[in-house]
Ligand binder design. Structure first.
Ligand code: CP
Length: 307
């Protein structure tokens, strides 16, 4: 049995398997519509979510399975003090696979130690969000055609943005990846990523504070929301929240084939006027997330793709 807590829990071979199966499902979803008949997915969400929870649920329903779960800690026995390890022991006897989001880093890992069903990390604090990473990789594979030799600009809250941390960890495994990290000083990527992931692997990267200057160099611009819920004081959040706003004027600096990704939800960091630009693909990205989650569920449940 396999759990997916970090994007690195999938080998490159397993990653290719997920992305290839997702592409086959994307091209012919009907073929897979009964694959998980009789199987149940539990969504244990201790923190708010729209895309991750609903796309997991849509994925299981699209595969002919069923879903159960809760969408906030308040509506579960966590509100009465139940531990994650007790909860997962119980849920293991109700469902075949589980997706867990939790505000505390490491909570899905703890769950995996006490689980008899596969646990998928659906976002743990400021740490990791592996299925968002699969979604991002699948979006690049479908829209760009390749995952190697890409220059990716990450812009915004690189300190708390777990989607950024997960995607950097995943992209360093592809040859020719280069990173341009665009953030205010206070929201730089964590030191461990800079030193143990980028520098240790000789990955070319630079850190800048002005988005327009680097736009012409980018294949991908990955915008992120300043993560209000992770700040210790509101004053800092208010000061930093509008550090970068992508608008039509800034898009003029970008190449014709640059793509704008964003894990969503967005607040102010992308003006609505950018949505009509063909390079803005964040809503397509959210849609593609269903197919990678379908593929991941099938693979973790050992369901044959050869139907
Ligand atoms: N991208 C993402 O994780 O969105 P949700 O918080 O809505 O799940």
């Amino acid at each position: 049995m396999k759990h997916v807590i970090s994007p690195l829990d999938l080998s490159m071979e397993e990653l290719d398997r997920v992305l290839s199966l997702a592409e086959r499902i994307f091209k012919n979803p009907e073929k897979y519509s009964e694959c998980c008949h009789g199987k149940k997915l539990a969504t244990l969400f201790y923190e708010p979510s729209t895309r991750t929870r609903l796309s997991f649920e849509a994925a299981m329903l699209n595969l002919g399975g069923s879903v159960l779960g809760f969408s906030s800690a308040d509506s579960s026995s966590a509100a009465k003090g139940e531990s994650v390890s007790d909860t997962i022991r119980v849920v293991s006897s109700y469902a075949d696979i589980c997706a867990m989001r939790h505000p505390k880093e490491g909570a899905p890992f703890v769950a995996s130690l006490h689980s008899s069903i596969p646990v998928i990390n659906a976002g743990d604090g400021g740490h990791n969000h592996p299925t968002q990473t699969l979604t991002d990789l699948f979006t690049l594979k479908i829209l760009k055609g390749h995952l190697d030799h890409l220059t990716i600009g990450f812009c915004g809250d690189l300190k708390f943005g777990r989607t950024v941390h997960s995607l950097i960890n995943a992209m360093v495994r592809y040859p020719g990846s280069r990173f341009i990290l665009i953030s205010p000083d206070e929201l730089r990527i964590p030191t461990y990523l800079r030193e143990e992931v980028l520098s240790a692997n000789n990955i070319p990267y630079c850190e800048v504070k002005v988005l327009e200057e680097v736009m012409p160099k980018l294949d991908i611009l990955y915008m992120t929301r300043v993560q209000k819920e992770r700040f210790f004081n509101e004053e800092d959040y208010i000061r930093l929240k509008d550090s970068f706003i992508l608008d039509a004027a800034k898009m003029k600096y970008a190449r014709e084939d640059m793509l704008v990704l964003h894990p969503l939800p967005r607040v102010n960091e992308i003006a609505a006027e950018v949505d009509d630009d063909p390079r803005a693909v964040y809503f397509t990205q959210a849609k593609l997330g269903v197919y990678v989650r379908m593929a991941l569920i099938m693979i973790l449940l050992n369901i044959s793709a050869e139907l």
